[in-house]
Unconditional design. Structure first.
Length: 161
């Protein structure tokens, strides 16, 4: 439906926005239900998520493990801070590449936007160096590939407009 936009704010923030042709309830569920996450949050083609632990409640654990099918991979761990069903998710995450990155505090908001949803994800990193290192990984390309897959998943399940 739309490409994501990625902007930086100050020294420590990254703000990602993207519109989806599906209601906020569907986009929120796609961020909290394990079986949906494993279908779309894969980054570039060829990657899979063989492990997806996702406990969407305050204090609930997050662990996503990705594999490129050729012996390469990495994982993410985190915890949910708060959830407002169908509207907002706040969590902390760290990538393990293999050493853990500093905590990334993430707030994701799902707002009704016409027939769809405007998703705004605000990441807060501890310092400019950490943010620069994260952006240097090419995360924008992987995020766009994942969100395009999410759009297709919502359409395939009849949840998009």
């Amino acid at each position: 439906m739309s490409r994501l936009t990625l902007k930086t704010e100050g020294d420590t923030h990254v703000v990602v926005t993207r519109r989806f042709a599906a209601p906020p309830q569907a986009v929120f569920r796609a961020h909290t239900e394990t079986q949906l996450i494993q279908k779309w949050m894969l980054g570039p083609d060829g990657w899979t998520m063989p492990v997806c632990i996702n406990e969407p409640k305050p204090g609930g654990k997050i662990r996503y493990e990705w594999s490129d099918g050729k012996g390469g991979g990495f994982y993410l761990t985190g915890e949910f801070i708060s959830l407002e069903p169908f509207r907002r998710i706040v969590h902390v995450e760290r990538m393990h590449l293999p050493d853990p990155t500093p905590d990334n505090h993430v707030e994701t908001v799902f707002e009704p936007d016409g027939e769809g949803t405007l998703m705004t994800m605000r990441m807060t990193l501890p310092d400019a160096e950490t943010r620069s290192a994260m952006l240097a990984t090419g995360m924008e390309h992987g995020m766009e590939a994942s969100y395009q897959r999410l759009e297709e998943t919502l359409k395939a399940t009849g949840q998009s407009g």
